[in-house]
Design a protein around this ligand. Structure first.
Ligand code: ADP
Ligand code: MG
Length: 611
């Protein structure tokens, strides 16, 4: 009896694989450009004729191939990029399956010329429908040129489905733009039917973006950078005016590869939410890097869709990073010349140094009435402090110690170079026991008292985990606390941090602990509840994948802050405002809600038809 099972010949296998790898001309462009990038090219030229149906030629100045490699590169599963199964988990090159060239060669006519970068001898290989026709010495100026003609000439069913040249070219153009964005250090030229579509030299990302998007000017871009666990995000988002009704200007690269991912688009959308009207999409060019093991790139053969193993973490990273930058741009206090987190961090680090310096000094001097946060001479700044005196009253009120508003001329806030926004003390008041209203030079600012205080305590706690531990009040009558086994484990996990923020807790056998001291401000008889509440908040935050440190700080902040609905005295309002402006990130609470909302005079005037 005749066998039913046949081993397929290579040419047929390649043709079948081509069905996956090559959908249309742009797939060929993509595979070849990625090969050039993998070969360390610094300049890549792409020449297209008739939408790629007649010709696709890629010329690069990369490493090139010697005679043997040139022949091997068209063999199935021939790749220089992986050698073992282990390599699969740490792929950093664009392609690695070793099937692109043989697949493409099986459905077109190929002429590939290459030489090793530093060699003089080049070779050319000609292949038709997967069959090698000729290999011989040749001449070439650059390292490698690969010409693909008459794509699908031997698969009429597929050729028939190719669209008009214009449409095929549109896909190629769109791919080339993304390749150019993801590799600003490489020069790219695209030539279509003899005309240069674009030509860019190696440059900085920001310049690359404005060379490729005619509507984008450099000052409509905001640089963003953030980090969470071992993931980072960086790139640019556009100011409001760059938002469009389509998603064309939302471009994401994950580990250098262009991908489509709804999680990220949605996270960006959330960060912009209250700035944009419905149905418009913000401009972004973002790069996310994360360990290769945390992402599955193979969910789709053309590799445009990916799945993150921890979508929540990615969402948080993207949303928080962008939200923070946007918030810092639109709120009352603007950081001069700063458009990225890194700069924000620099300022903030300086402040932290100063705070530590001050704390050290305070311990030495310990003057109770000294409201000066910083030594006036220790730094220079050109802008006045946030809270300032109305001009007429200045002289009279210079009597430092009993004036709650008195600050030496230069304070820590100056490091942030607040724009000349003065807040006048007569016009600070509380609205509905919930919001603090301030008259500022540019109009009006509103502060949500609860989230403001959360931010203040959050940063205080974080700082205490460093070197400036918070003070503690020793209890006259230590309190015994029995808890569940589960809570005990949590408590043990955060014990060190609790000590830093002012708790003194001793284990008393099994699931029992003794509280011997609490942070300043915890009321008598509230000690046990305070501790258990913090543990409860901690459990909640930990589930959201905050770090232990952040979770403890957020729990403490949540528990300690005044609730909305509490009447504040005038002095309390003032110190709240001052403390808030001393924060590293005064604009957003630890959960990402805005703290300060401003209402510019211009807007108010507009409402009254006064322009
Ligand atoms: P893969 O990229 O998955 O390895 P390909 O079929 O795309 O598979 O390419 C096969 C091999 O040919 C590559 O691994 C590389 O060694 C070589 N190659 C392809 N294009 C180039 C190029 N432009 N310059 C240098 N080497 C190349
Ligand atoms: Mg490849």
């Amino acid at each position: 009896m005749q066998n039913k099972i046949n081993i397929l010949p290579d040419i047929l296998i390649n043709k079948i694989a081509a069905g996956e790898v090559v959908q249309r001309p742009v797939s060929v462009v993509k595979e070849l450009v990625e090969n050039s990038i993998d070969a360390n090219a610094t300049n890549i030229t792409v020449i297209i004729k008739d939408g790629g149906k007649k010709l696709i030629e890629i010329i690069d100045d990369g490493d090139g191939m010697g005679y043997d490699d040139l022949l091997l590169s068209f063999e199935r599963h021939a790749t220089s990029k992986i050698k073992s199964f282990d390599d699969l988990s740490k792929i950093s090159s664009m392609g690695f399956r070793g099937e692109a060239l043989p697949s493409i060669a099986s459905i077109s006519r190929v002429e590939a010329t290459s030489k090793l970068k530093d060699s003089d001898t080049a070779n050319v290989i000609k292949i038709e429908g997967g069959v090698v026709i000729d290999v011989k010495p040749a001449a070439i100026a650059k390292s490698t040129s690969i010409k693909i003609s008459d794509i699908f000439y031997n698969v009429p069913a597929r050729r028939k489905f190719l669209k008009e040249a214009r449409t095929e070219y549109r896909h190629i153009y769109s791919y080339m733009k993304k390749a150019a964005l993801s590799h600003p250090n490489i020069g790219f030229s695209l030539v279509n039917d003899g005309k240069v579509s674009f030509e860019v030299r190696p440059q900085e990302l920001k310049d690359r973006i404005s060379s490729l998007f005619s509507e984008v000017s450099e000052d409509s871009l905001i640089s963003v950078a953030g980090k969470l666990f071992d993931m980072t995000v960086s790139g640019y988002v556009g100011k409001k005016e760059l938002a469009r009704k389509t998603k064309d200007n939302q471009i994401l690269f994950v580990n250098g590869r262009y991908v489509d991912n709804k999680v990220v688009s949605f996270a960006v959308f959330q960060a912009y939410k209250d700035m944009l009207e419905q149905g418009v999409y913000p401009f972004f060019i973002l790069f996310i890097s994360l360990p290769y093991s945390d992402v599955d790139v193979n969910v789709h053969p053309s590799k445009q869709e990916i799945k993150f193993n921890d979508e929540n973490a990615v969402r948080r990273l993207v949303k928080d990073t962008i939200f923070n930058v946007l918030a810092s741009q639109k709120s009352l206090v603007t950081f001069e010349g700063s458009d990225g987190l890194s700069e924000l961090d620099n300022f903030a680090d300086k402040i932290e140094e100063k705070v530590a310096e001050y704390d050290a000094k305070k311990v030495k001097e310990d003057k109770p009435n000294n409201t000066a946060l910083f030594d006036a001479d220790s730094f220079k700044a050109d802008k006045p402090l946030v809270i300032d005196e109305p001009k007429e009253k200045k002289e009279k009120d210079e009597s430092k110690s009993e004036n709650p508003f008195y600050r030496p001329k230069k304070t820590g806030a100056d490091i942030l170079k607040f724009r000349s926004e003065n807040i006048y003390k007569e016009s600070v008041w509380q609205l509905h026991n919930k919001y603090i209203m301030l008259e500022v030079e540019s109009g009006m600012a509103m502060i949500d008292q609860h989230v403001a205080q959360e931010r203040i305590y959050f940063e205080k706690a974080l700082k205490s985990f460093g070197n400036s531990k918070l003070s503690s009040q020793t209890l006259l009558f230590p309190v015994k606390v029995d808890m569940s086994y589960e809570d005990r484990l949590h408590l043990e996990e955060i014990m060190d941090y609790l000590t830093d923020i002012g708790f003194m807790i001793r284990h008393f056998g099994k699931n029992t602990f003794i509280i011997e001291g609490v942070p300043i401000g915890v009321e008598t008889n509230e000690e046990e509840k305070e501790l258990l509440d913090i543990i409860d908040y901690y459990k909640k935050y930990r589930e959201k994948r905050m770090t232990v440190m952040e979770s403890v700080a957020a729990s403490y902040a949540c528990k300690r802050s005044i609730k909305a609905g509490q009447k504040l005295t005038y002095d309390e309002i003032v110190s709240l405002v001052n403390d808030l402006f001393m924060c590293r990130y005064p604009h957003v609470c630890p959960h990402g809600r805005p703290i300060i909302v401003t209402l510019p005079l211009k807007e108010i005037d507009k409402k009254f038809g006064r322009i």
